[in-house]
Design a protein around this ligand. Structure first.
Ligand SMILES: Cc1cc2nc3c(=O)[nH]c(=O)nc-3n(C[C@H](O)[C@H](O)[C@H](O)COP(=O)(O)O)c2cc1C
Length: 291
């Protein structure tokens, strides 16, 4: 468990960014399952789909799963090229932020920008609402040009957010970031590290992506544990910043991640391919471990 400061929010189970919509109430295809309590967002700390300052079209043009062309279920995971589709920060501020209620669904807005001024404005404004943390996502595998590879830029962005925002800061990294260089400089600034999906070109360097026309996409789930768990192990060795372990696929993965030293676990594409599993696993884990 990761205890965030100063609000003392306990981070144990995370619904990763993009899994339960912008407000934790799920996408239209998840809402019946939520109504039936087969998915229970209140069991998770829910990270919002990532928000950009301006509205971004991305590739998510329709909420109808039957017409998805940018998500490919794979054996043991999924490939997605949803991109950063979102209605923009102002809409999020008007529609979602005022309804945030950490007692019902602990919510973490996930933001991204290459502009320090935009990061500052977003962080400053989000600070006023009942969120439990803020995530700076610098690792979207689908929008290569927006992904921050400049380590100084990442550090500067995190420092700027911390300066204007009391919400605990979580940084979302890619398996391709040079963490040995980056992470030691973020001690005392970032309170936890989350991990994004793996660019297709990293996961399968010799094969052409079925979503090559959309930038290749990000692979997530069990099939990339070899990459994401490698990063968990590396981070645990080089930093005292707690790590949120991703790519849970089987119930036993929760224990495996804890054994690796992850402070919390996160559920990503499992929500997409096996929508009931995450809630089932969390209920079982809470029972066994009396959480
Ligand atoms: C459909 C879908 C949408 C996603 N949207 C975002 C997003 O908006 N921002 C982000 O940082 N990560 C996003 N992700 C990545 C997940 O939050 C998570 O980091 C990734 O799936 C790796 O975890 P996993 O192996 O447990 O699935 C998305 C993933 C999926 C499958």
């Amino acid at each position: 468990m990761i205890e965030l400061l100063p609000n003392k929010h306990k981070l144990e189970y995370v619904a990763a960014s993009g899994t339960l919509g912008f407000d934790g109430k799920g996408y239209p295809w998840e809402q019946l399952l939520i109504f039936l309590r087969l998915i229970d967002p209140s069991l998770f700390t829910v990270f919002s789909k990532t928000i950009t300052f301006e509205k971004t079209k991305g590739n998510l043009r329709t909420y109808n799963p039957l017409t998805w062309s940018y998500i490919r279920p794979m054996r043991g995971g999924s490939l997605n090229s949803v991109g950063l589709s979102n209605p923009g920060f102002q809409r999020y501020l008007e529609d979602v932020a005022p309804k945030a209620n950490s007692l019902k669904i602990p919510l973490v807005p996930s933001i991204t920008s290459r502009s320090i001024n935009e990061l500052i404005e977003m962080a400053q404004k989000l600070n006023r609402y009942d969120f439990v943390a803020i995530e700076n996502s610098v690792s979207c595998p689908n929008i290569q040009e927006d992904c921050l590879t400049d380590l100084d830029e990442i550090i500067e962005g995190c420092k700027a957010i911390k300066e204007v925002c009391e919400l605990p800061l979580i940084l979302k990294l890619s398996v391709n970031h040079k963490v040995e260089e980056l992470v030691p400089k973020l001690e005392g600034i970032v309170q936890a590290i989350s991990i994004n999906s793996v660019p297709w070109s990293t996961a399968f360097p010799k094969e052409k992506s079925p979503l090559a026309h959309l930038g290749g996409g990000g692979v997530s789930g069990q099939i990339v544990q070899v990459h994401t768990w490698e990063l968990v192990k590396k981070l645990v060795k080089i930093t005292s910043i707690p790590v949120i372990g991703p790519s849970v696929w089987e119930f036993e993965d929760i224990g495996k991640l804890r054994d690796m030293g992850a402070g919390a676990v996160s559920f990503g594409s499992i929500f997409l391919t096996h929508p009931l599993r995450a809630t089932k696993f969390v209920r079982k884990d809470m029972k066994i471990n009396k959480i």
